[in-house]
Structures are given as structure tokens and as C-alpha cells.
Write a protein that binds this ligand. Structure first.
Ligand code: MRU
Length: 342
């Protein structure tokens, strides 16, 4: 059994831009977009054409590199800093975006301007991508013992390959278990309002041959009560110093329900998601998105027009509800996270 390539991101020829899979069109259409400017990359990140905390970091870094590379001999450090500033404002919650852009800006500092700078930016973006792939693998290995044969994993949103440059975070243990020949299946929360679970998680798992069942998040507590869920595995957009976790809206409710039913709840994330500068969940900026996303979808309106909408894209799960963290440094408790940091 092999894990398929999903082609979520690639370089254009000569590293003169980035190709992304437009995730807003899945599962109906598999269309790839060519991105050659910073404005196009900002639009793609803002509209969630490219999404998932690790992948927006990788995509932003590659976007900066592609645009600077295209400047050729005219490439300047100022252009790198401006590009990083601009892309950094697209989405506030996932710290991976800032982390990757800061890395690009720091790397530019040490390099001569012109063609050399373009090449150096491409090398650094490639390093960020390579490291992300390696971290996904290690997260998968850390979580593999949680997914024995016969396991049913519940997940929320999409923390699979489509959310990273590699095989995913929360889904990495599932892929490695499947590859090892274990019989495993996944319950995917639909994930309102943008349906990342129903559209993306279900798409990539079925393509890999992993049995997947979609539920709406309102069904999760009832399913946890049935008693057939081995563990809940979710990703993260930012993990504060005390272990509080920002992830897709609905994660907190799932963590509460898992605790109430004695089901282990694990958060999977690479080093780029940990933010020691943010003390706790209350200090994590939560993105509020447009009311239209909840009112309807592609022209169909189901909310009463006079009603206002509250649409936070993420919520915070307190560390005390997290059984453990699957990281590229292994499986850790909240206390061990603190030790690792020190
Ligand atoms: O708004 P999205 O689709 O970018 O939100 C994604 C999530 O919340 C994921 O769970 C998170 O980024 C972790 S992905 C490995």
C-alpha cells in the first residue's frame, strides 16, 4: 500500500512561481492554479484556495521565493520584507505563516541582493517544505501506536496532506497505519461552515483507500457515546506556551465531548505550530470571517436575511482537555511540552 501524491503544491518551472491545487473546488474539480505574484498568493491564502496551518507557511515561503526569483538582478531585501509583511496579514491565527515568513526575511538578511538573493530565497523555501514533509512523517510515527488494527479515528476539519506539504499531521498516523496494512477507518466531521471535513478529508482519505464516514459536528457527541471511537486526532493552528490549542471552530466542543465519554483526544502539530511567545489560548488572535460564509453557499441562501452571523474560524481548546501532543519530537504530555521548550 502506498500513500498517493496529492499535488497540493509544486514549483513552476525554474522556481519562477508556485502551482497550487485550488482547494475551494474540491471534491468536484481538481484544478491547479499558477501563482506568480504576491497579490495572487495573498488572494489564494485569504480565500482558502490553499489552507491548513503548515501548508500556508510553505505556500507563503514559496510565493515569496517565486516572486523574488522573477525579479532576477533587480531582487532586493526590501522587496522580500515587503512581500513577507503583506502575506503575513492574510490570516492571523495559524502561527506557521508568520514563522515561515520570518524565516524567509531572516535568511534574506545574510545574502547579497540580485540573482543570488532569488536563489537563496528558493533554497530557504525548499528547506521549509522539506522539513515540513519530514515533520509530518515523524508525527505519523509518534501517533502510530494510537492506531492499531481495527481502530476508528475521529477527526475534525482537514489536517491531512491537503493541510501540509507532506502526509498531514492528524492524518499522518492513519496513513502510516494504513500503509503498514492495519485495518483502520476515519469518522470525519463535516466542519461547518466551509466543509473541510466533508470536502477535503473525505476526498484525500478515499483516494488513499482509507474507509471514511462523514458526520456533521452535531453528531459527534452521539457517535462518541456509541463507544467505537479509538481516539480523536486533530491538527492545530497555534499551540500556546501552556499547551492551549487553537484549531478549526468546533474542535473545543469535540474535546469536551471526548472528555465526557473517556475517549483520548490528541493534537498533532509540527514545531512550526508551537508559539512560545503566546502564553495561553486567550492571547491567540482568532480570525473572524465573513457572515456570508454561514448564510449560504454558492448562491443558495439558507439563513434568514435579517439575522446577523458570528463566524469565528477557530476556537481554543484548553490544555487540560488534551490527552497528548503528537509532535516531530514524539508523543508528549502538556508538562513535557514545557520541558521541551526550556
Ligand atoms: O481554515 P483552515 O481550513 O485553514 O483551517 C485548518 C485547520 O483548522 C486545521 O485543523 C489546522 O490548520 C491544522 S492542519 C495540519
Amino acid at each position: 500500500v502506498t500513500i498517493p501524491e496529492f499535488g497540493q503544491i509544486a514549483w513552476l518551472p525554474d522556481n519562477a512561481g508556485v502551482q497550487i491545487l485550488d482547494q475551494t473546488l474540491l471534491p468536484g474539480e481538481e484544478r491547479r492554479l499558477e501563482i506568480t505574484t504576491i497579490e495572487q498568493m495573498a488572494e489564494a491564502i485569504g480565500r482558502l484556495r490553499v489552507r491548513g496551518a503548515p501548508l500556508i507557511g510553505v505556500a507563503a515561503a514559496m510565493g515569496v521565493a517565486g516572486a523574488i526569483r522573477r525579479l532576477g538582478a533587480a531582487a532586493t531585501r526590501r522587496a522580500v520584507l515587503d512581500a513577507c509583511d503583506y502575506l503575513g496579514k492574510t490570516r492571523p491565527t495559524a502561527v506557521n505563516l508568520r514563522w515561515a515568513l520570518d524565516r524567509m526575511a531572516r535568511h534574506a538578511d545574510a545574502v547579497e541582493e540580485g540573482e543570488t538573493l532569488g536563489r537563496a530565497m528558493v533554497e530557504e523555501a525548499q528547506a521549509i517544505w522539506d522539513e515540513d514533509q519530514a515533520m509530518c512523517r515523524r508525527i505519523g510515527e509518534a501517533g502510530l501506536p494510537l492506531v492499531p488494527t481495527g481502530a476508528t479515528v475521529m477527526t475534525h476539519c482537514n489536517a491531512g496532506a491537503l493541510a501540509t506539504g507532506g502526509i498531514g499531521t492528524a492524518l499522518a498516523p492513519v496513513y502510516l497505519a494504513h500503509q503498514a496494512g492495519r485495518r483502520v477507518s476515519v469518522i470525519a466531521d463535516e466542519t461547518r461552515p466551509l466543509l473541510q471535513g466533508a470536502r477535503l478529508t473525505a476526498w484525500e482519505l478515499s483516494r488513499a483507500g482509507v474507509p471514511v464516514t462523514v458526520i456533521t459536528e452535531g453528531m459527534a457527541a452521539s457517535r462518541l457515546r456509541v463507544g467505537d471511537i479509538t481516539c480523536v486526532l486533530v491538527g492545530a493552528d497555534r499551540i500556546a506556551a501552556n499547551g492551549d490549542v487553537a484549531n478549526k471552530i468546533g474542535t473545543y466542543g469535540l474535546a469536551l465531548a471526548a472528555r465526557a465519554h473517556g475517549v483520548p483526544f490528541y493534537v498533532a502539530a509540527p514545531a512550526s505550530t508551537f508559539d512560545p511567545a503566546t502564553p495561553d489560548g486567550a492571547a491567540i488572535p482568532i480570525e473572524i470571517r465573513k457572515e456570508e460564509e454561514v448564510r449560504g453557499w454558492t448562491g443558495v441562501q439558507w439563513a434568514a436575511p435579517a439575522a446577523r452571523v458570528w463566524n469565528p474560524a477557530f476556537d481554543v481548546t484548553p490544555a487540560e482537555l488534551v490527552t497528548g501532543y503528537l509532535t516531530d519530537a514524539g508523543r508528549l504530555s502538556a508538562a513535557e511540552l514545557g520541558r521541551l521548550r526550556r
